[in-house]
Design a protein around this ligand. Sequence first.
Ligand code: URP
Ligand code: ZN
Ligand code: ZN
Length: 464
Amino acid sequence: MSIFIRGGTVVNADRAFKADVVCFGDKIIAVGDHLDVPAHATVIDASGQYIMPGGIDTHTHMQLPFMGTVAADDFFDGTAAGLAGGTTTIMDFVIPDPKQSLLEAYHMWRGWAAKSAGDYTFHVAVTWWGDSVHADMGTLVRDHGVNSFKHFMAYKNAIMADDETLVRSFTRALELGAIPTVHAENGELVYQLQQDLLKQGIRGPAAHPLSRPPEVEAEAANRAIAIANVLGTPVYIVHVSCAEALEAIVRARAKGQRVYGEALAGHLVIDDSVYQSADLEYARAHVMSPPFRAKHHQAALWQGLRGGNLHTTGTDHCTFCAEQKAAGANDFTRIPNGCGGVEERMAVVWDAGVNTGLLTPSEFVRVTSTNAAQIFNMYPRKGIVGAGADADLVVWDPQGTRTISAATQFSNSGFNVFEGRTVRGIPSHTLAAGKVVFERGQLRAVEGAGRHIDRPAFTSTRAA
Ligand code: URP
Ligand code: ZN
Ligand code: ZN
């Protein structure tokens, strides 16, 4: 029942300090110097290592039905892979079909997620508007621990939210004390650019980034921010991939608007040269939206994370195997959009961020865990190594190395966008809800051990 983590350096968002950590049941019960070892405790030697809050991946899509198929990693595969990489909580998305009841979709996703090995919580997408959506949003916030609603500004003729939906849903979210989030790409422009490329006979995966240039993302980011500004709501922009969208956030924040931004591990280190490969299966495997960008955008994203204009890191983990991606072999618009990363995010951000001096260890904790817990109201249950918090911890070996490969990953997709990258800084142990679930390469994920995390509404200035 007790775990004693001895002699590591605890890293929280505000400071790092030498301490022992004691867990009992699913909670941390003490953090301090030279603590007594409880009787019968399991002891983990953390000397020379960091003890950090378990990672929170703000953006995953396990088992997502999307573009005519279903994402390859289900909630067990995906959360287990996350635990192997030090991520103990995922924030996934309920995405109702247009005209489907939000509540019905929510219960469907809750059913799928029951097999999760790590903790999970849901953003709920608003893909259409009607009286029942207004009512369901209230029920989700009041009775089901949902405090964030997602809006896809892209994917025309599927799940795209038009401006009326954005305005009505942002307004409702404000009433309820929930935060609106957006996938910022102008779906009409994407659609027109896709049709133009197809008419010109440009059908391969290299056309994907041409149909979604940075300006398309920037337009939508600016529009979402402007709508939020007029309505007085905060807004969270998912997967910010380019300097132009980041600039929209920087401008708004400089004027005092409450705008938050998320970066993906993939966008931070992978560039758009992947789409030029003569190996079309390889190029298709990298098709996601927004696409990987020209290299100079990476420096902007790192600057955003360090400077506090981007707040969280996610992965958009949404894996499809080669056969699924082949559905778009003759038409890039039919390639299921999505890539993996839940297992690699922490190590990739550490290696490319902390080892290079771009981030301090505390800044790393902030952008991999604490900010997510605070923005989405899970703090201090999550996001901190402190007495009373969930015993979700990663013991981080800063000298340990791993060469990332699909051949050795726990994820189910058979492909890895970080293939061949050697990272220094990996988890030696992951604890989830007070259990050691990963120990030096051995994964002990238990199906169904993950819990749904309720996220209460924020204090609202208006009546619901
Ligand atoms: O390509 C992506 N990102 N697929 C998942 C759906 C989304 O846009 O987040
Ligand atoms: Zn998206
Ligand atoms: Zn996504």
